[in-house]
Design a protein around this ligand. Sequence first.
Ligand SMILES: Cc1ncc(COP(=O)(O)O)c(C=O)c1O
Length: 503
Amino acid sequence: MHDDHSMTTPFASHLSEYVTTAKSFYCMPGHKQGLGAPPLLKELWGEQVFAYDITEVKGSDVLAYPRTSIKEAQKVAADIMGAHRSWFLVNGSSVGIHAVLGALVKPGQKVLVHRQCHKALLFGLVYSGAIPVYLEPVQNLPEYAYGSVDLQKVDELLTQHDIKMVMVTSPNYYGLALNIAAISSICRTHSVPLFVDEAHGTHFSFHEGFPHPALKQGADFVVQSMHKTLGGLYQSALVHSAGTYSQYEDKIARMLSMLQTTSPSALMIMSIDAALDEANRTGRELYGQMLAMLESLRYELNTSNFQVIIPPPGVMSAGNFVAYDQMKLLFMAVSEDFFNLMKLKVILSEQYGIEIELADENHMLLTLSLADAIDLDQTRENLIYFSETLERLVDRGFGLIDEPDDFEDPRELPEFFLTPRDAFYAEKKRMKLSESVSEVSGNMVCIYPPGFPQIIPGEMIHEAVIHQIYHDFHLGFTIVGVDEEDGELYIDVIEESFPRLES
Ligand SMILES: Cc1ncc(COP(=O)(O)O)c(C=O)c1O
């Protein structure tokens, strides 16, 4: 490997040196650097992949107790991201969320969480025994599926409850970023650490045109997926500590050594090291060119049925979303007709080879990354092709549905009877979802995409959410947390009755 990389990609450089000098392997893995790997995989992946699939030998360091190249690489990452300490993750942002939650909040202690959080956090609550106080989303950007955060409510809940950590997601799946500086300042007043799930915003550090990174706005802990918007392999991610609550750092490291595999993939670790370096070296210029291109192209992509939407600044600040990520291209259906966008997404994939990030009831979301900035002319052409194809499909009547679903959700606040952990361990019975109104759910139910929980374990099942789930199921969305049998949906509900939890 070229010398000038050894300082900026310490792990990748050390490992490549090791791989090119090592000779006989009487150690794991069983494929022995590819010698015994299935020929099919060697043909498909190439032999080199196996040479680097090695772990915990001299040169690869030990992820759980890093002393050499991983320690150096994590220091490089911390410097790039402006953290006091950073850790490489090989089980996605999910394991970072679990580790920070487990390190900061003891079983039985409370954590303030935005209800539209990722399910990884809710699973974390099951295993850690932390008790959630839910921050209900504020829906003042009705064209988006996600709500923001009411700052006054954060302050009130921190005053009312003995909360040990606040956790919010920013940006959300659609690229809307919260006012982390304001939330952080409230948390500081109450001396409560703020943990930001920035899984979709790892690239924010590399160009000032993106929302300001959470670490730079006063977040105390931040998790970021390397695979979502940068060039890391799937499962690669980072968790950072700003140093403001450095007393928890050793505990986070211990948590990670408990939760992550003892055989971390060097491929993944290398990909974090190299992808961060790549973004750091090329990001400013490439993202700059990309943003300039998008500025002019965005309006050309509008069609008579779909418009690329940009949240208006006034509405944004009123809702405490303060910025959005322009690398998300959000097409919203604007015509008089109604479409099943999930169906159109499937047609685009199967018949045109166009794979998009998500389709929900009103949107199609395209996620762009540094990769799309490499050949801007091609990207521009592909995006125009996408918008023209979408328009053509719609003109030909594909995905057209007769009526919209105009069911009004009458719910005020969801009611909880058990914590996620107690619900997980409680005795359950299976019943038809259609008959489960007012039962307490034993399952977490998510509609994919975008995948935030519609029903949290321990929550009373409301007819509105049942309606929503059946509606989305019939449109072809994936519903996780219910079983399908002969076209009917079943859910696990809690057998015993419990008093309602105080909110
Ligand atoms: C907001 C959010 N947080 C966390 C995660 C989990 O990230 P990972 O897949 O890296 O574990 C996701 C995954 O989609 C997500 O959307």
